[in-house]
Design a binder for this molecule. Structure first.
Ligand SMILES: C[S@@+](CC[C@H](N)C(=O)[O-])C[C@H]1O[C@@H](n2cnc3c(N)ncnc32)[C@H](O)[C@@H]1O
Length: 223
């Protein structure tokens, strides 16, 4: 099945609310578990960048994992960032987590020595995926750890419907439709391999768990 793109930004207030209220506990805790399995000894005490942070659940989870880290979450959707900032206020984390509105590719992402760059479910939104890898290159140094997670496009629409039925049975119709469209917009591992090669990041690893993909490694090529 060919890729079908969806709108990049999730800037509709109802869509953002449906996304923020969806139950991502299982998927997002699995993402953190995957990260800690891949990087068991990593302790981030500096700056962390979350690209396409949405309402910030991944940012908050990494803030909890790394109590000494400061998080910068960026997203182009004001509706999402309002929800993220409200949560930062309510969890008294505004001194450690900053949410900034900007659309990738962007020249206004804060320039900091990021020790870790993470991103979940942004890649499939991008009409031109190269902008993610170029952003990663612009904001990393050789030692920066990269951890990008996304959906994997299924073989066909029927399989996509099955995944939605299995993993989002209790969600709103709006969320289920967004999930279906996201599966159709997602990349497959061989396509991501091509993107990484083009960006000079072909040494990064790609691993698949069910309909999720994880792309990870240090920015520097190993010797
Ligand atoms: C599916 S959500 C993922 C949110 C969050 N990372 C999570 O895992 O809960 C994708 C987010 O990427 C944002 N996004 C899409 N294209 C973008 C772009 N070009 N620049 C900045 N943000 C973008 C959307 O607005 C949306 O909030």
């Amino acid at each position: 099945m060919k890729r079908t793109t969806e709108p990049e930004l999730m800037d509709n207030a109802l869509q953002a609310k449906a996304y923020a209220e969806a139950d991502f506990e299982s998927a997002h805790s699995a993402l953190i578990n995957q990260f800690t399995e891949l990087f068991p000894d990593l302790e981030v005490t500096g700056e962390l960048l979350d690209l396409g942070c949405g309402p910030g659940d991944i940012s908050f989870r990494f803030a909890k994992l790394f109590g000494q880290a400061n998080i910068t979450g960026i997203d182009g959707a004001q509706a999402m960032l309002e929800l993220a900032r409200m949560r930062a206020e309510s969890e008294s984390l505004t001194h450690r987590i900053e949410f900034k509105e900007t659309i990738i590719p962007s020249s206004t992402i804060p320039k900091k020595p990021y020790k870790l760059i993470v991103s979940n479910s942004l890649l499939h939104h991008l009409h031109n995926p190269d902008v993610l890898w170029n952003t990663v290159l612009q904001h990393s140094n050789p030692e920066t750890v990269l951890f990008i997670a996304d959906l994997c496009r299924p073989q066909n629409g029927e399989k996509a419907r099955q995944i939605v039925a299995e993993f989002a049975a209790n969600e709103s119709n709006l969320l289920r439709e967004d999930f279906y469209n996201s599966l159709l917009a997602a990349f497959r591992p061989d396509e991501i391999k091509g993107q990484l090669t083009k960006a000079g990041l072909e040494h990064l690893s790609i691993t698949q768990t069910g309909h999720h993909l994880f792309i990870y490694g240090k920015r520097a090529k190993p010797f």
